[in-house]
Design a protein around this ligand. Structure first.
Ligand code: GLN
Length: 455
């Protein structure tokens, strides 16, 4: 049914870069056979899933939406993909994204943009825009995204779906094409909080292949979501509204939908408290120094020799250096190049202390502000993004800085490694609004319990 739906609507939506119909049907048939033979299977066996095309999938082309990797068929699988395969979840395909996950609209893809199923003249958000659109268009019931500065939560907000950025270290990054390793985290996406929780349980787990993987893993996400949905009460829960992320700078329609959701939470027994996080005023600036610094280092591996594209110079000698230069000039898009240049500059001798060093200090302040906030609130809340989905093509007219400012609410969680979730909270002018919840590290269960109460 999902493959039929993809066939019917994906020409318009463009959620998928690759559809793996044969593989999906083969896994489904295998699950049927094993079930008929009386085997005890994983509860999600037979439930299809789509993976963002940043997740490495053995035998299935993996592009990161870049010309740089066009034609690369990985010889191994990322841990999260292996987990969904072991659970018996058929792979529907690989979803579209901003090139190497850099962007907030999915328009920075070398394979064309994705449309928002709510209004196909709008973007689905990004960078996991294909993953979110596939859910909203009912092309997939579950999808896997990645979130370095909001790329799971913001597209979830723009498409009226649920997206979770788990605690840093709870989901393996092995076989996830690296953007900024100290910030990257794979996250589950679904149409309900419980769906995301069920997928989170499949994705998470200690992995010796990822040196930042936590050895003591939290569990109980699905049980928490089910308890939260069943109780109908938020009594005793303290929701901290982050002052810096509400009011000024937030579109009036988005603010109104957020305020309405708060009122409903209050009526369900939640206590609303005011939270001050002064360092958040510098979080975007810190992120846009730390992230490109790590990008410039991580993307050095695309040298025209090891993966995918190789371009020889049009004239002059063919050496390792000239092939590298020609390949990188042809293979990377404008936004990727911008970030590599920014990062290389920020890390260069003489500038390190002024830029990268200062940004790391802000990162510590963000962590301290959050730690202090969690002394008074169980979860911190804000709109996920200051606007609803914008018009396709509009981002091109904007200067990069004003686009980057849209990440203000999602970035702090990545800087601090804490978990975050976006749940739908009504609409503004017919477009979905996201309600963000943040919890302390390893307390992802709070997001599921309270998020399910709010959705
Ligand atoms: N929009 C942010 C950026 O462009 C987030 C990207 C991400 O989380 N992968 O960097």
């Amino acid at each position: 049914a999902h493959l039929d739906r993809i066939g019917a609507v994906d020409e318009t939506i463009g959620a998928f870069i690759t559809v793996t119909a044969d593989a999906a049907l083969a896994t489904a048939a295998d699950v049927d056979r094993r079930r008929a033979a009386g085997e005890t299977l994983h509860p999600l066996a037979g439930v299809p899933v789509a993976h963002k095309d940043l997740i490495v999938t053995e035998g299935v082309a993996t592009t990161a939406a870049s010309k740089m990797l066009e034609g690369w068929v990985p010889p191994y699988s990322g841990t999260v993909y292996r987990h969904t395969q072991e659970a018996g979840m058929p792979l529907l395909g690989k979803t579209n994204l901003d090139e190497f996950a850099m962007g907030a609209t999915t328009e920075n893809s070398a394979f064309g943009p994705t449309a928002n199923p709510w209004d196909t003249t709008k973007v689905p958000g990004g960078s996991s825009g294909g993953a979110a659109a596939a859910l909203a268009a009912y092309e997939a019931p579950l999808s896997v995204g990645t979130d370095t500065g909001g790329s799971v939560r913001q597209p979830a907000a723009f498409t009226g779906t649920v997206g979770v950025k788990p605690t840093y270290g709870s989901v393996s990054r092995y076989g996830v094409i690296a953007m900024a390793s100290s910030l990257d985290q794979v996250g589950p996406m679904g149409r309900t909080v419980a769906d995301a929780a069920a997928l989170h349980e499949v994705l998470a787990g200690h992995d010796p292949h990822d040196s930042t993987s936590l050895t003591d893993q939290a569990t109980g996400f699905l049980a928490a979501a089910q308890a939260g949905a069943a109780s109908g009460s938020l009594a005793g829960k303290r929701l901290g509204v982050i002052r810096q992320l509400t009011g000024e700078g937030v579109e009036p329609g988005v603010q109104a939908a957020f305020d309405e959701a708060l009122k409903i939470a209050e009526a369900a027994g939640a206590e609303i408290v005011d939270i001050d996080c002064p360092s958040f005023a510098y979080a975007v600036e810190a992120y846009y120094l730390i992230m490109p610094s790590e990008v410039s280092s991580n993307l050095a591996r695309y040298d025209g020799m090891r993966f995918g594209l190789r371009v020889e110079p049009e004239e002059g000698p063919v050496t390792a250096e000239t092939v590298m230069a020609a390949t990188r000039a042809a293979g990377f898009g404008a936004e990727v190049k911008r970030r590599i240049i920014l990062g290389t500059y920020a890390l260069s001798a003489g500038y390190y202390d002024a830029y990268y060093g200062s940004a790391q200090k802000v990162r510590t302040l963000v962590q301290r502000d959050l730690a202090k906030a969690f002394e008074t609130a169980d979860v911190l809340v804000s709109p996920t993004a200051p606007t609803t989905a914008f018009d396709l093509g509009a981002a091109k007219e904007m200067d990069p800085m004003s686009l980057y400012l849209g990440d203000v609410a999602t970035i702090p969680a990545n800087l601090a490694g804490v978990p975050g979730m976006s749940v739908p909270a009504g609409v503004a002018d017919g477009l979905p609004v996201g309600f963000q919840l943040l919890a302390p590290a390893r307390e992802d269960v709070r997001l599921y319990e309270i998020g399910a109460g709010i959705e």
